[in-house]
Design a protein around this ligand. Structure first.
Ligand code: SF4
Length: 491
């Protein structure tokens, strides 16, 4: 049985997943844009980490010719090369690549690079598998390490590679896992010769990463199921599932839901909307004109590009602002930063100019916007007070939904803007994100983070327009929800 390290981890996660991969032609779910972006930033982090050990030789990745990669590795080992990037070996059916293989006297050290900010359990499994493959290939592996991002690093001037990365010695954990690896291997070998293992869906579907067979294994789970119950823990969801309860309408009387879950169950059973005018009015009465409907877009990246930036810090690069005046006039303001420079200074200047001196600032899930403003205040001590003074004017448009003022069965247990909006305005094409090129905040984030890498000016301009269109719809959506709530409350 031949196994790569990723197939090995797949098998540990779920035997059925490995069996399907090896023995069936059931299509796997394609990675979405967010996953692709994570793979890409993982590759960038991997390349950068090689600079911790300069002067090495790299084995070029060729998915069509693994044998060639192995023989190139062998040649460099024989030639006495001290550091090899993407060293590739195969031994006793195990196939493994090491991000960095470094000579240490009469033996070798393995370094595995991860774009995460800590070492996860499955990283250890990953390296333990590599340790076994490289040892069986005939190398004496003296130590094994995981290199990961150190999120306490703050860039000042030139990127400090040593400051950006943390290196953790995992030799002890990796060596102690060798028996387990062998047991798994034997189990997989027998399992793969038999019929598909009867593994039901469970928490393991989300272990390490979301399984790419979910479309197939979860095909009998209805769109509105107990797995969509608002903020129910995963353990409780699977408890219900094990009791044979799948539909929300089948939840037994003795289940003790929280307030929103209770509304979800009730509206699912009755098919009608829940409205509490008093709660909606209470919220609306706090708003004062001019009402600012405000939304930030941010990016976060593992490798800081600007001074004062930490890995994965949310940096705002864009906002949209609809301002509703008491006389009914509406104004739209927006800002999208230059993709080639630190956007924060310009975001602050434009925002402080665009926001009127009085009136509520309404965001959806305001904690996010407030957090960004606090970050901007830390970044710019001279305008700190002005920025922080905005915080007391923030109101959260999610509140009347979160406190049970309004619940629609089509929310399906999610109070995000992207769930609430289509439920309330199902036929309004002007509020439909599906027609847009950029359809959610994750896409906006990934798009802007890589925009500076696109050489073609026209292409960049096209993408910038798509970003503006997306963010504008976000605050238009807030305005429409506000108008809707006013109507429901009879105001
Ligand atoms: S979806 Fe779940 S049960 Fe199906 S193969 Fe993946 S992990 Fe296993």
């Amino acid at each position: 049985m031949n196994l790569s390290k990723s197939l090995f981890v797949r098998g540990v996660k779920c035997a059925k997943s490995l069996w399907l991969y090896k023995n069936s032609d059931i299509p796997r779910d394609e990675p979405d844009q967010g996953q692709e972006a994570r793979f890409e930033s993982g590759r960038m982090v991997g390349d950068l980490a090689k600079r911790l050990f300069p002067g090495g030789k790299e084995v070029a990745f060729d998915p069509e010719n693994f044998k060639g990669m192995i023989s190139q590795t062998r040649k460099w080992l024989d030639a006495g090369v001290d550091t090899i990037y993407e060293a590739t070996v195969s031994a006793r059916g195990d196939f493994a690549m090491a991000d960095i293989l470094k000579r240490d006297g009469d033996g070798w050290e393995i370094y595995e690079v991860k774009a995460s900010t800590s070492v996860k359990d499955y990283h250890i499994l990953d390296v333990a598998f590599q340790y076994r493959a490289f040892s069986n290939f005939g190398l004496r592996i003296k130590r094994a390490f995981i290199i990961h991002i150190d999120n306490s690093y703050v860039r000042k001037g030139e990127l400090d590679i040593k400051g950006l990365f943390a290196i953790k010695d995992v030799t002890h954990e990796v060596v102690s896992k060798q028996g387990e690896i062998e047991d798994y291997r034997q189990k997989f070998s027998t399992m793969l010769k038999g019929d598909m293992p009867q593994v039901d869906i469970g928490p393991h579907c989300f272990n390490f990463y979301d399984c790419d067979y979910m479309s197939w294994c979860w095909r009998n789970v209805p769109e509105r199921s107990i797995f969509n119950l608002y903020r129910l823990t995963q353990a409780k969801k699977f408890e219900l599932y094990q009791e044979g309860i799948l539909k929300i309408s089948d939840i037994p009387e003795d289940f003790r839901p929280n307030a929103i879950q209770a509304l979800q169950i009730e509206t699912e059973k009755t098919g009608s909307v829940h409205v509490d005018r008093k709660k909606i009015r209470q919220f609306l009465s706090r708003l004062s004109y001019p009402i600012h409907f405000f939304d930030f877009e941010t990016f976060n990246e593992p490798i800081p590009r600007f001074d004062g930036q930490r890995p994965y810090m949310h940096i705002p690069f864009q906002y949209s602002l609809h301002i509703l005046y008491e006389d009914g006039n509406l104004e739209h303001r927006e800002f999208l930063a230059d993709e080639n420079e630190d956007p924060r200074n310009h975001v602050i200047s434009h925002m402080l100019k665009d926001i009127r001196p009085q009136g509520s600032i309404v965001a959806f899930n305001k904690g996010f916007e407030e957090g960004i403003i606090k970050g901007l205040a830390d970044y710019d001590p001279l305008r700190k007070n002005e920025l922080l003074s905005l915080l007391e004017r923030f109101e959260d448009l999610m509140e009347p939904f979160r406190n049970g003022g309004y619940y629609h069965p089509e929310f399906n247990g999610s109070l995000s803007l992207k769930s609430v909006l289509p439920a309330i305005f199902p036929d309004d094409k002007t509020l439909d994100y599906n027609g847009l090129e950029i359809r959610n905040g994750g896409m906006a984030m990934d798009t802007f983070a890589t925009l500076h890498l696109i050489k073609d000016r026209e292409e960049r301009e096209k993408i910038r327009n798509a970003l503006l269109e997306y963010c504008r719809l976000d605050t238009l959506a807030l305005l429409r929800l506000y108008e809707f709530l006013c109507k429901v409350a009879g105001l």
